[in-house]
Design a protein around this ligand. Structure first.
Ligand code: CMP
Length: 216
């Protein structure tokens, strides 16, 4: 729990209190934790695994907003403003989560300004990221968007090994395309072009970027 950014300023005693009001829950891959537009009942912190946060168009197409990994949290919006869930949440792999129900979550924010500030900082970060994403959709070409999205995933979920960064993420090509905001065919063209230049190797759920070739 100490490794979770939101809680790093808490004392041992305060961490104990957080544990008391939270439930550890293990979920298999593919579990829908909640759906978009449902009322919010709990806040989640990821201890291990990964969770896809996504919305769906009226036609049923998905848009992946983000993938939450260890130390990340989600599900605060509906608790804070009383509105419906702004996105659906689904596990991508076996995941261990800490679940805090609405009332104790609000109590925690009231009792610890550092935690409330941590939530605000996270909301600010997401707003900045969303602005950047809107800019990217408006101003960048498809290829640059794909590459930028891969680099963002590498920064968040990648493991560095010398000149290589390996990203293990259980997203299929459809999901990766939606995340980058490109058509699936364009994604596949760009991935193959990057592969032919030695920038990228990719297989099922794994992408390996060669940093020495990336500059060009
Ligand atoms: P809530 O609306 O309660 O349920 C869905 C959650 O997804 C939301 O809270 C946030 O925690 C998270 N979420 C929504 N939009 C984004 C985004 N653009 N980037 C990262 N996480 C998000």
């Amino acid at each position: 729990l100490r490794k979770v950014g939101l809680f790093d300023s808490l004392s041992e005693e305060q961490l104990e209190q957080v544990l008391k009001i939270s439930q550890r829950r293990a979920f298999p891959p593919g579990t829908v934790l909640f759906g978009e537009k449902e009322p919010g009942t709990a806040f989640y912190i990821v201890l291990s695994g990964s969770i896809k946060l996504f919305t769906r168009s009226a036609a049923g197409e998905e848009k992946v907003l983000s993938v939450a990994g260890p130390g990340d949290s989600f599900g605060e919006l509906a608790l804070l403003d009383g509105g419906p869930r702004s996105a659906s949440a689904q596990t991508l792999e076996p995941s261990l989560l800490l679940e805090i129900s609405s009332e104790p979550f609000m109590g925690l924010l009231q009792a610890h300004f550092d935690i409330a500030r941590g939530i605000l900082v996270e909301l600010c970060r997401r707003l900045r990221q969303t602005n950047e994403h809107v800019n990217d959709l408006t101003f960048l070409d498809d290829r640059t968007r794909v590459l930028k999205n891969l680099i963002a995933l590498a920064n968040k979920h990648g493991k560095r090994d010398g000149l290589f960064i390996t990203i293990h993420v259980a997203l299929n090509y459809d999901e990766l395309a939606q995340m980058a905001g490109v058509d699936k065919r364009i994604l596949s063209d760009v991935l193959r072009e990057l592969e032919s230049r030695g920038v990228l190797q990719f297989g099922l759920n794994e992408y390996k970027l060669n940093l020495s070739k990336l500059r060009g």
